[in-house]
Design a binder for this molecule. Structure first.
Ligand code: HEM
Ligand SMILES: *[C@@H]1O[C@H](CO)[C@@H](O)[C@H](O)[C@H]1NC(C)=O
Length: 592
């Protein structure tokens, strides 16, 4: 348990390595004792090479048995991308190049043209399947949920940061976490809006004064602070006050003031840096597959960052547990129930379990789930506002008509159909989680799709223990699923006849929040949070434009766990005309 990652990994590897080597060594020695003259170096070399040879044979046998099993099931092998070089090296090179310089998933697009929407890649001996096909993604997430899991490799990469929380567990452990967390989300919690209100005000006020001073703002940075402060307040009842660190200035020109946010003295900065570093380092591990442990041989790089996050959560957790015990001692069952319903998520969780590790893990998982995803949505929403002034006008008209200049309520937000369509359209073209994956835990098949029909159409064979990556980013952009204008940003497609032509009959073509038993728990929370901030934003500002260092062709999306804009999204925003401020128009319409 306390072994460093490297030695632990090597120990695990050594066990299957030893038997073939020992066997070869023993057999050759038997020959020698019977009088055969075999040189020592030959014995040593054979023992050493027996492991790779053994692996090759195993590999060959498993390919054979997959092939036989597929025939037995009446299934086809998933088409495999051709590789010029042995070992999948040209594929790895193409993926690395795409990661550095291309748009999200460009590299997959080129293979898709050649092989269809589901294909496999052999990467250094590992067979991986990629799919952009709604029917196949549906199989992974919903209809064949039990055949797929996050799996042991993902688990080993994320366990330092996430422990056994809801994001990082399978089977009964996952069910347990999901069960204790879900009740909190299913309630219509209008009081959440208190959580958003103060932080939205703070964020927009700071943006306003920085813009008035003549500088652009990094909207991505702003909403990341907003979602972090909102999420920590919602989860723990105490926020980390990352907004109070102040906003950064653009890195150039050098005449601009230095950024106050880079000031390490600020108490929130330590937490924010640890939280970001923990996530970045954990997702970096997935590039090395199971051998990430060799890169962090003696030292788990994520552990110190998780410790900083825990420093923040521990005192809050202790206080919640103390309060809970006090109420129990007084026998105030009613009050406890009330607390569970009206308090923070933490108040709710301590009524479900008192296990400190479980509680800390759960809080960290929810923080990861809640912060960057919603910040990503808001960042790309702003990008779209800068590109489509006519959409800004329509959104503002809807807000003026429904909410006026008041603080939006749950009912207002439910009523604003165009706002929701705008958010949906942003999630379609810029899904915060563009690629995700599961691993098959047994051999199975995926159904025949509309794209490979015909008399010989047969299901695809999915071998056991195969990593399956699915990309909603590319699926959301398919013209055969969304119509010829699939690449155009147009919220009306969620409101007019197109919704009946494409989405209603085929709901699995739109999956920003996943689907099936592991669908996002925070979906409604995220719609509310994003709608609240956008409403407040559009009440105050009416014109948005990109500003240096961001330029029109310089919005380059990047992906780690979530999608973001490389270098930040620098914008200028013009205040709304006065009619929004004085509320007369809205009052005239009889809207509060
Ligand atoms: C626009 C914002 C959001 C998007 C696009 C989003 C998307 C997703 C996706 C794709 C997953 C599935 C991940 C996987 O299983 O591989 C997920 C899971 C989850 N999300 Fe969200 N999410 C958002 C906001 C939130 C918020 C605000 C919260 C909580 C406050 C939240 C809580 C969760 C939880 C707890 C899970 C794990 C569910 C499980 O495994 O059973 N999400 N989300
Ligand atoms: C937005 O998408 C969700 C599915 O995630 C759907 O239930 C909802 O009806 C859509 N709303 C609008 C107005 O487009």
């Amino acid at each position: 348990m306390s072994l460093p990652p490297g030695p632990r990994y090597l120990l695990q590897l050594a066990f299957p390595c030893l038997p073939p080597s020992i066997a070869v060594y023993v057999i050759l020695n038997v020959f020698v004792t019977r009088g055969a003259s075999i040189p020592c170096w030959f014995i040593a070399l054979s023992a050493l090479l027996s492991r790779p040879a053994f692996l090759l044979v195993c590999h060959f046998l498993s390919e054979m048995s997959n092939w036989v099993d597929a025939r037995r099931k009446g299934a086809l092998m998933v088409p495999r991308v051709y590789d010029r070089w042995p070992g999948g090296l040209s594929i790895v090179a193409a993926m690395v190049k795409n990661f550095k310089t291309g748009g999200p998933g460009d590299v997959f697009l080129q293979w898709r043209e050649q092989y269809g929407n589901t294909y496999s890649l052999k990467i250094i001996g590992e067979n991986r399947i990629f799919t952009f096909e709604p029917e196949h993604i549906k199989a992974i997430l919903a209809t064949q949920f039990d055949d797929f899991e996050k799996g042991p490799i993902f688990h080993s990469q994320f366990t330092t940061l996430l422990g056994t929380g809801v994001f990082n567990s399978d089977g009964d452990m996952w069910k347990f976490h999901r069960t204790i967390t879900r009740p909190f989300f299913s309630k219509e919690r209008i009081s959440h809006f208190d959580v958003f209100d103060r932080h939205a005000e703070d964020a927009l006020e700071q943006a306003h004064s920085r813009l008035t001073a003549g500088y652009p703002i990094d909207f991505q940075d702003l909403v990341s602070r907003f979602t972090l402060d909102s999420a920590t307040e919602f989860l723990f009842g105490n926020d980390v006050r990352s907004l109070s660190a102040g906003l950064p200035y653009p890195p150039s020109p050098p005449s601009y003031p230095p950024s106050p946010a880079s000031n390490d003295e600020h108490p929130s900065t330590r937490f924010v840096n640890a939280f970001i570093a923990g996530q970045t380092l954990s997702s970096l591990r997935s590039r090395y597959g199971p051998s990430w442990a060799l890169v962090e041989f003696w030292y788990d790089r994520v552990r110190p960052h998780r410790a900083v996050v825990d420093e923040f959560t521990e005192p809050i957790l202790e206080e919640a547990l103390r309060n809970n015990h006090a109420r129990r001692a007084l026998g105030e069952q009613e009050k406890e129930d009330e607390e569970a319903n009206s308090g923070t998520l933490l108040d709710h969780l301590v009524c479900q379990t008192q296990d400190r590790q479980v509680l800390k893990d759960e809080l960290t998982n929810l923080l990861v789930a809640a912060r960057d995803t919603t910040a990503s949505l808001l960042t790309f929403a702003m990008y779209m506002l800068t590109q489509h002034p006519a959409i800004v006008t329509r959104l503002r008209a809807e807000i003026l008509c429904t909410v006026g200049t008041a603080r939006p309520t749950y009912e207002h937000i439910k009523e604003m159909k165009y706002m929701r369509a705008f958010i949906n359209e942003t999630l379609r073209l810029h899904p915060p989680v563009p690629f995700d994956s599961r691993t098959s835990n047994k051999a199975t098949t995926w159904p025949v799709t509309r794209t490979n029909p015909g008399p010989s159409a047969r299901p695809f064979y999915i071998p056991a223990h195969t990593k399956c990556t699915y990309g909603v980013f590319l699926m959301h952009r398919r013209t055969d699923l969304w119509g010829p204008d699939a690449l155009t940003f147009d919220p009306d497609r969620f409101l007019d006849a197109r919704v009946h032509t494409y989405l209603t009959p085929n709901p699995f073509i739109f999956l920003p929040f996943n689907a099936g038993p592991r669908i996002c728990l925070g979906q409604q929370f995220a719609y509310n949070e994003a709608s609240f901030l956008l409403t407040r934003l559009l009440q105050r500002f009416a014109h948005f434009s990109l500003a240096p260092p961001t330029s029109d062709d310089g919005v380059r999306p990047g992906v780690h766990l979530t999608m973001y804009v490389k270098g930040g999204l620098w914008v200028r925003m013009e205040p709304a005309p006065l009619e929004m401020d004085v509320n007369t128009e809205a009052e005239g319409l009889g809207v509060e």
